[in-house]
Design a protein around this ligand. Structure first.
Ligand code: ZN
Length: 88
C-alpha cells in the first residue's frame, strides 16, 4: 500500500486519491473551431510518459485537486503541491 501526501491534509492511504488529468494540459481553443476528434483527444488522450510525470490528482476525502510529481515506473512521489491560486 502506498501513501500519498495531500497538500491540505498530509500523508494518507492511496485509496483516498484518484487520478484526474495530466498537469498543464492545454484546452483546444477557440471552442467553435475545435473538431470532435481534437476535443475527444483532449478529454481522453494521454501522453502516459514513462518516468517523470506531473499529474493532477484529487484527494477524495477533502475534495481538493492538487499536482503530484511522480515517477510512473518506480511509483516514487517527488512532490505534491496545491494548484495555482489554492493555498494548502
Ligand atoms: Zn486532502
Amino acid at each position: 500500500m502506498q501513501r500519498f501526501t495531500c497538500p491540505f491534509c498530509g500523508p494518507r492511504d492511496e485509496t483516498e486519491f484518484h487520478f484526474a488529468a495530466e498537469a498543464a494540459k492545454v484546452r483546444p481553443e477557440p471552442a467553435p473551431e475545435v473538431t470532435d476528434a481534437a476535443w475527444a483527444d483532449h478529454l481522453y488522450g494521454t501522453d502516459a510518459p514513462k518516468g517523470h510525470a506531473r499529474e493532477v490528482w484529487v484527494h477524495l476525502t477533502c475534495g481538493e485537486f492538487f499536482v503530484m510529481t511522480r515517477n510512473t515506473v518506480t511509483r516514487d512521489v517527488a512532490d505534491t503541491e496545491a494548484l495555482p491560486g489554492r493555498r494548502a
